[in-house]
Design a protein around this ligand. Structure first.
Ligand code: R5P
Length: 289
């Protein structure tokens, strides 16, 4: 039996994971008036395995309390710590693009690995890296939302044309397209800065009559999706939707994407958000059983 300690925003997901092999762990995390974290465990963890459930969006806010929790679990006798981070942040800066830049995916992994024995995550942004083990020194389990996406598409969107907005997205788009038995295209994207991308859309006139569905791992500023929707609309398509694994949605990204004319915006609940339409608990339950 594992004891699961959930970060506050992930309590609804945690409730779905409790059962015969996972029971709730009690802990308190609050801030002192000076904003330092106070962490206290009130469940017994001696000699047993524990799970920490914490999606690593807003990782700068969560890292220290996560480290405090994991270290205290170890000190109080937990035999094994599994971090379930349905969204794993700090994966995109996987290279020194400009002189002097910190390669934060490596550095973050180096900070986090010593606190945990295993990490479980869903569709991490593996672009120039083949697997998480290249940067994480703990055991790594990588799950994928591809089948959930295919099932959602089959029940929600007849006649889709799957659109991957950049080369990295092909790893997901291709598999989902095969499961759905739908055509797909992959666009070319060049990022200019945090809020600007250039996207090249080929001639898609032969797909007239299909409904474009943009599929990506992350929606962050929404720039990638919004730019792609604009280009597809200029090509004469109107029924355009977006599906992504991780609803990061920085700043006003969700509202901006809604205004851009996306018909449906759907995400999985790796990060709690109004757009969540695909449930990941069964995926996690199978791998934690
Ligand atoms: C990066 O290449 C990812 O796959 C996404 O395309 C990217 O994170 C989306 O970012 P944004 O919403 O800021 O364009």
């Amino acid at each position: 039996m594992s004891v699961l300690f959930s970060f506050p925003e992930q309590k609804p997901l945690a409730e779905k994971l409790y059962g015969e092999t996972i029971k709730p762990g009690l802990w308190e995390w609050r801030h002192f008036p000076d904003k330092e974290s106070y962490v206290r465990l009130t469940s017994n963890v001696k000699n047993g395995p524990v799970i920490i459930l914490c999606s690593l969006n807003n990782p700068d806010e969560k890292f220290l309390p996560l480290a405090f929790l994991a270290e205290t679990l170890k000190e109080l006798g937990a035999s094994k710590i599994t971090l379930v981070a349905p969204y794993l942040g700090y994966m995109r800066q996987d290279k020194r693009f400009k002189d002097g830049e910190a390669v934060t995916s490596t550095l973050f992994a180096r900070q986090l690995s010593p606190f945990i024995d295993r990490i479980v995550t869903i569709d991490p942004h593996l672009h120039r890296r083949k697997n998480l083990e290249e940067i994480y020194s703990c055991a790594c389990t990588v799950l994928s939302a591809e089948t959930l996406m295919a099932t959602w598409i089959k029940s929600t969107l007849p006649n889709p044309l799957l659109v991957g907005p950049d080369m990295e997205s092909e790893q997901w788009v291709k598999t989902v397209a095969q499961e759905v038995k739908a055509p797909y295209i992959i666009l070319e994207k060049t990022r200019r800065d945090d809020h600007e991308v250039d996207i090249h859309l080929p001639d898609i006139s032969r797909y007239k009559g299909l409904k474009p569905l943009l599929l990506d791992d992350i929606i962050s500023t929404g720039t990638t999706m919004i730019k792609t929707i604009g280009l597809i609309r200029q090509s004469g398509f109107s029924d355009i939707s977006c599906l992504a694994t991780h609803a990061v949605f920085a700043e006003n990204a969700y509202e901006n994407l809604q205004r851009s004319g996306a018909k449906i915006i759907a995400t999985t609940n790796t990060i709690p958000h109004a757009s969540n339409a695909l449930e990941i608990s069964s995926l996690l339950k199978d791998c934690l059983a």
